[in-house]
Design a protein around this ligand. Structure first.
Ligand code: FES
Length: 109
């Protein structure tokens, strides 16, 4: 089973924002939706854009390169049922945010 890895502090990802981190060679997009933290695969399946540096609106994260949109709570693409980002477990301990990477990768067209 994968280990929990400290990914950020709460101050680094306040409500309404997302950030990018690299853990074990994997890009991770961490998003704060009204105080609830979510982490998904940060590598956009379209052309590899950095999802974590995109724009977060509610639970929808928009890739900064060409605008593909994902629900950070489910990893699902907003237009295609066959595209889904892996969703990682998130845990807050004090002011630190930990992530446990999902075993499975997301799915793409
Ligand atoms: S690389 Fe993300 S939408 Fe194109």
């Amino acid at each position: 089973m994968a280990d929990w890895i400290e990914i950020a502090t709460l101050d680094e990802c306040p409500p309404g924002t997302s950030i990018e981190r690299v853990i074990d060679g994997q890009m991770v997009a961490l998003a704060n939706v009204h105080g609830h933290l979510h982490a998904i695969d940060g590598l956009c399946p379209h052309q590899g854009g950095p999802l974590g540096t995109g724009v977060l609106c509610g639970a929808i994260l928009t890739c900064p390169w060409h605008g593909w949109q994902f629900d950070v709570s489910s990893g699902r693409h907003q237009l295609s049922a066959t595209v889904r980002q892996a969703v990682h477990e998130v845990e807050v301990r004090g002011s630190a945010v930990f992530v446990r990477l999902a075993r499975e990768r997301g799915t793409a067209v």
